[in-house]
Ligand binder design. Structure first.
Ligand code: NAG
Ligand code: NAG
Ligand code: NAG
Ligand code: NAG
Ligand code: NAG
Ligand code: NAG
Ligand code: NAG
Ligand code: NAG
Ligand code: NAG
Ligand code: NAG
Ligand code: NAG
Ligand code: NAG
Length: 688
């Protein structure tokens, strides 16, 4: 039995040896020169770039014979992680032309400003896919590299301005996918160029400064077109296409016409588009435009937010739109009751800032088992939140603030264990909060301010270890702040979860200084607690050292008559230290590491200009916005209530040790992705 095994081993060695011949020396040498031309690659780039076998190097893929390099992927290999300035990169295309069989070249996010030896581009006969997004290419002529068989070109998020260069249309007749979004192109709409792209399937020109009046007719001959996005330019777009002069040959899956100055909606948009229709931020008026008998749309996403639509929604909206997963009607003037049901495939429903009234229909909360996201803030809704047999098992984000809901906290949410955001602020809820608040293990933001909740601060909060923002302000809570809040690790461990760029879908609303602010970016980095304006026990200890607090120290703190330990060391506070009462007993040790503080007990005297608090009218102090800091607000005195807020009573460290926010590494023109919800649509097969 030994022999065959031996043979097999030989075979293996032979095979391995065939492979170990490695990539072509000339290509390997070119790679090393390219590496050297990248002046500030990020630390982990090129980490395994050694040895002969460059097919194994990170970012490199060879063809099946493992001789020629086929694909190169340097995704965000140059960055200013530490905020340092980065030299722009001018890749030398003579070097890239050494890769005779190069098919895919992806260099997003590498501070490319232009190219050296542009003419060499025409030697890349096999290149099909070129991804240069999120760079800083300014000059359109650096895109005129001669004919090539490209079928995919992404230039989004660069600094290209003026007209879209004609050479693109003349040279890229094979293109199937073209993305020029998020540039400052400010010429007129490149209609002629586009008519040359006869094979185009996906065309994305959104978020430029293109201007002109165009009709969708100009796309009529592009028979392969299935995705078109011209949102947020300065265009006047006409959607009528069914005249005999331009019979459309395309059949669109997705059409994005946000901010296109549309005044009305042509019926074909609803009848013919098979998946996504985005019409937010236009001038649409009148009632809900699509109330048809015997009509059932194929749309899966519909967005008409931010228009001037009014009137009631059709009760049987689910029959007209049976496939909807995503519906955004926010920021209009719709009124009346909510329809009983939106279809059981719906995953995201956004109806904020309208004038809906009445209760949340029972059928909505018991029958929409796919719902991930429900946003009804800023309406005039009333009644109990959810009835006992509600079931929203997948719900992750719930926003019901700024309505007139009453009753208790809906304990039925204990079944929604995926919840990350619960915003019920500014309603009329009451009852003993600690009796109704379930433990929601994934909760990150809990906003219950401006209601009438009673009782102790619930100890359940301590088991919600990921809580980032807790707002219990302006209720009637009493007792102490539980020590166990130390268990909420997001306040103590100093690490920040990765942030994600967002859009208004992801925003959260927080009252600061009595003003409702909407945070749309990086909400995952927001941290804060606000328990002001309740009836909490007097504070004995307040340790806020090692935060990023700035501003002045509010004089109102002298009202904290039971305060024994006070520590605001290592912040960035300034101005005069308040005098009187307990403050006579604190020593220098309480104020270390705030170079701009002055007055006793410090030796640093205040000059005449020292800002004396309260600068913010004594309202919310210690606010160190925007990100990575606490929003803390002992504003109760403002209301004359003798009730005091703020941190835990004993020697715990809930507010300790905030590290500085890590520098945010974004190039100046990082594009906000067109649709990023922080989570993706999942398949949901809930049809019963
Ligand atoms: C590009 O690289 C080639 C080959 O190394 C070199 O000969 C040429 O001078 C370079 N071009 C520029 C503009 O540096
Ligand atoms: C369209 O393509 C033809 C060649 O196919 C070219 O001659 C013409 O200039 C192009 N027009 C535009 C506007 O790009
Ligand atoms: C485009 O922007 C540039 C720079 O702001 C400006 O000089 C140019 O006149 C603009 N072109 C048009 C057509 O608006
Ligand atoms: C579409 O093609 C027809 C026939 O070739 C032509 O008459 C018409 O002008 C074209 N329309 C556009 C917008 O290019
Ligand atoms: C819409 O579809 C109908 C057939 O279902 C077709 O006759 C019509 O031309 C299409 N309209 C557009 C604009 O695609
Ligand atoms: C709706 O469709 C049904 C059957 O499909 C038909 O009987 C009825 O006449 C249609 N109604 C209208 C208003 O088209
Ligand atoms: C749930 O939806 C089904 C049809 O999808 C319907 O028959 C049922 O009555 C609904 N249940 C409630 C409570 O609305
Ligand atoms: C809200 O509803 C109440 C009672 O139905 C009504 O009196 C009030 O005017 C409504 N407010 C708004 C802003 O629509
Ligand atoms: C759920 O409870 C409501 C009353 O709160 C009741 O009308 C309804 O029939 C119940 N539905 C189911 C499916 O049990
Ligand atoms: C807090 O954490 C400690 C240890 O991790 C645990 O023993 C304690 O039960 C937790 N307290 C609460 C209220 O969750
Ligand atoms: C502290 O505040 C000053 C002025 O308010 C500001 O210039 C400085 O950057 C701040 N330092 C930190 C570490 O936040
Ligand atoms: C305040 O905190 C700092 C840093 O943690 C510490 O050095 C100082 O002794 C503390 N002061 C008091 C009064 O506890």
């Amino acid at each position: 039995m030994g022999r065959p095994k031996l043979l097999y081993r030989w075979f293996l060695v032979l095979l391995l040896c065939f492979e170990c011949r490695g990539c072509l020396e000339v290509e390997r040498a070119a790679l090393l020169q390219i590496k050297d031309s990248m002046t500030s690659p990020h630390e982990s780039a090129f980490s395994n770039w050694y040895g002969e076998e460059c097919c194994e190097w990170e970012g490199i893929e060879c063809g099946p014979t493992r001789i020629h390099i086929h694909n190169i992927f340097f995704h965000y290999w140059m960055d200013g992680g530490n905020g340092e300035l980065i030299q722009p990169w001018y890749p030398n295309l003579t070097l890239f032309a050494q890769f005779q069989e190069l098919q895919e070249l992806e260099l997003p996010g590498n501070h490319i400003r232009g190219f050296l030896s542009l003419h060499a581009f025409s030697q890349l006969k096999w290149l099909q896919r070129l991804d240069l997004r999120d760079n800083s290419i300014q000059d359109g002529s650096s895109l005129c590299w001669g004919t090539s068989p490209l079928y995919f070109l992404d230039l989004s998020g660069n600094m290209l301005q003026g007209n879209v260069p004609d050479c693109l249309g003349a040279n890229l007749f094979q293109l199937q996918h073209l993305d020029l979004s998020n540039n400052p192109f400010n010429g007129s709409f490149p209609a002629l160029l586009i008519s040359n792209l006869t094979k185009i399937e996906s065309l994305i020109l959104s978020r430029n400064e293109l201007h002109g009046t165009i009709s969708l007719c100009i796309f009529a001959n592009l028979s392969k077109l299935n995705e078109l996005d011209i949102s947020f330019n300065h265009l006047q777009v006409q959607t009528e296409v069914e005249s005999s002069s331009c019979p459309p040959s395309f059949s669109l899956n997705s059409l994005f016409l946000g901010g296109c100055n549309l005044k009305k909606v042509s019926p074909w948009l609803l009848h013919n588009i098979t998946s996504e229709l985005w019409l937010g931020g236009n001038d649409l008026t009148g009632p809900f435009p699509w109330k048809f008998h015997n009509f059932s749309s194929k749309l899966t996403s519909l967005d008409v937010s931010n228009n001037f639509l009014h009137g009631t929604l059709p009760r049987d909206i689910n029959l007209n739109f049976p496939r909807l997963r995503h519906l955004d009607l926010s920021k209009n003037s719709f009124n009346g009751n909510l329809p009983p049901f939106f279809g059981n495939l719906l995953q995201m429903l956004h109806l904020s800032d309208n004038q809906f009234q009445g209760e949340i229909p029972h059928s909505m909360t018991s029958n929409m088992s796919c719902l991930l996201y429900l946003r009804l803030s800023g309406n005039n809704l009333t009644g109990d939140l959810f009835s006992k047999n509600s079931s929203l098992p997948k719900l992750r984000r719930l926003y019901l603030g700024r309505n007139q809901f009453s009753g208790t906290f809906p304990y039925v949410l204990s079944k929604s264990v995926e919840l990350e955001i619960v915003d019920i602020q500014n309603n009329d809820l009451s009852g003993e909060l600690s009796s109704y608040l379930p433990v929601l293990p994934k909760l990150k933001h809990l906003l219950l301010g401006r209601n009438r909740f009673r009782g102790q601060i619930p100890r359940q909060l301590c088991q919600m270890r990921d809580l980032n923002v807790l707002d219990l302000s302006r209720n009637s809570l009493s007792g102490e702040i539980p020590d166990c809040l130390d268990n909420v690790t997001s306040w103590t461990d100093g690490s920040y979860p990765p942030y994600f760029a967002t859009d208004s879908w992801n925003s959260i609303e927080i009252f600061i200084n009595g003003i409702l602010l909407s945070f749309e970016m990086m909400i995952s980095a927001l941290r804060g607690i606000d328990v002001s304006s309740n009836r909490l026990t007097e504070l004995e200890s307040m340790d806020l050292s090692h935060n990023n607090l700035f501003g002045t120290v509010p004089r109102e703190l002298t009202h904290l008559e039971f305060l024994e330990v006070f520590n605001i060391s290592f912040n960035n506070l300034s101005g005069m230290i308040p005098m009187g009462k307990q403050f006579e007993t604190f020593s220098n040790d309480s104020y270390l590491g705030n170079p701009d503080l002055c007055g006793l007990p410090l030796s640093n005297k205040c000059d005449g200009n020292a800002k004396t608090p309260p600068v913010y009218g004594g309202a919310k102090m210690f606010q160190s916005l925007p990100f990575g800091s606490f929003l803390i607000s002992p504003s109760s005195m403002q209301n004359g209530e003798n009730t005091l807020p703020l941190s835990p009573k004993t020697k715990n460290h809930v507010f300790r040790k905030r590290e500085m926010m890590p520098a945010i590494t974004e190039s100046p023109n990082v594009a906000v992705p067109r649709q990023q919800f922080g989570f993706t649509f999942t398949e949901c097969t809930c049809r019963k």
